[in-house]
Design a protein around this ligand. Structure first.
Ligand code: SF4
Length: 345
């Protein structure tokens, strides 16, 4: 009986978890492995700084199920103090990949899958995708030999799915470097037309976003893990202004950002700032604001109102369970605004 069960397990179709970023390379990797007869489930790791829309579109296009898994506060800890350091900006790519594979292993076990698939290309990213870094990341992750890289695997050591005969080594490609020509050709051959543009990459690699992140870590205005995560999520929104060591103001730029502000201000334990007698965007103030700082926050909001030259401006502020209207005489000048600005985007 035990033997029969064992054989049934061995004979079942093989299943892989493919990391789907929303970009082209991971879509190609998932599609290739599907064509090689493996059942593929997509996995998108949701960053507090990222967006899931592209990954879901790609999964729908490839006709695969997509599992979403959140990168939580432990991810923020890694970004703040990475063991293996940063790239050019605040991108801790080696620590980040190890963390991603730890989450991927959890999904591999939950979904009873056999191995992981990634769209990594040797030499594409200087910090995390050279051969030495790939080997280090794999050794430090719980997935040693279980990570298949269809785009570059022909140049890498043998993996478990090849050893077991589930994947033929001669199928694996030998792409390397930063060029994209081969991937665009493959996309055509495989009929992949839905993927995010390469320019929409990781915010941690951007200088302006890294400035915001450094400011966030060095001026904590959160008391709980939920507040910290919500405030981290707001780093990608709006314009940011550091008005004192204890207070920061964020002003939305678009209708969509106003909606995000409305969703996040309570979670982040911020103060929602809303124009009362003029048209303009929503804002959030973070920290324990003094009376002077409250007026400064209002002056910033008024600066982005539709009639910025004409005061007085009334602003409604909402804290949890309380609201008040306060008045300011003038909007902040551009000179002052620029002296407070953090991470121009
Ligand atoms: S580019 Fe960003 S998401 Fe990718 S490994 Fe580096 S830090 Fe992580």
């Amino acid at each position: 009986m035990e033997q029969a069960t064992h054989n049934a397990t061995l004979n079942r179709p093989r299943r892989a978890i493919a990391l789907i970023s929303g970009g082209l390379d991971s879509a190609i990797a998932a599609q290739l492995v599907t064509q090689w007869g493996i059942e593929v489930i997509g996995l998108h790791l949701v960053s507090p700084f990222g967006c899931t829309t592209d990954a879901q579109k790609v999964a729908d296009h490839l006709n695969i199920r997509l599992v979403l898994k959140e990168k939580g506060n432990d991810y923020l800890d890694i970004v703040e103090k990475p063991k293996y350091g940063y790239g050019r900006n605040m991108n801790p790519c080696i620590d980040c990949r190890i963390y991603m594979f730890e989450l991927a292993e959890q999904v591999l076990l939950e979904e009873k899958a056999d191995f992981i698939v990634t769209g990594e290309v040797v030499g594409q990213r200087p910090l995390s995708q050279n051969k030495a870094a790939i080997s280090l990341i794999e050794k430090k992750s719980p997935l040693i030999h279980k990570i298949l890289r269809p785009l570059s695997g022909g140049n890498l050591p043998e993996t478990l799915p090849e050893e077991r005969g589930w994947i033929k080594r001669e199928h694996l490609l030998k792409i390397s470097g930063r060029g994209r020509t081969q991937q665009f050709l493959l996309a055509q051959q495989l009929g992949i037309s839905e993927y995010a543009s390469p320019s929409g990459g990781c915010l941690l690699t951007e200088g302006a976003f890294s400035d915001r992140l450094r400011d966030f870590f060095s001026h904590p205005t959160f008391a709980t893990e939920t507040e910290k995560l919500a405030q981290a999520e707001m780093l990608k929104l709006g314009r940011h202004f550091r008005i004192s060591e204890n207070a920061k103001v964020i002003v939305a730029r678009t209708e969509g950002e106003c909606q995000s502000v409305e969703l996040l201000w309570q979670k982040s334990k911020g103060i929602l700032l809303q124009p009362e007698n003029f048209k303009g965007p929503l804002g959030i103030a973070l920290g324990n604001l003094t009376e002077t700082e409250k007026i400064q926050a209002g002056a910033i909001l008024a600066r982005y109102g539709k009639k910025a030259e004409c005061g007085p401006f009334q602003i409604k502020s909402h804290r949890l369970g309380a609201a008040e209207i306060f008045t300011i005489a003038e909007a902040a000048s551009d000179e002052i605004i620029n002296s407070w600005r953090v991470g121009i985007t």
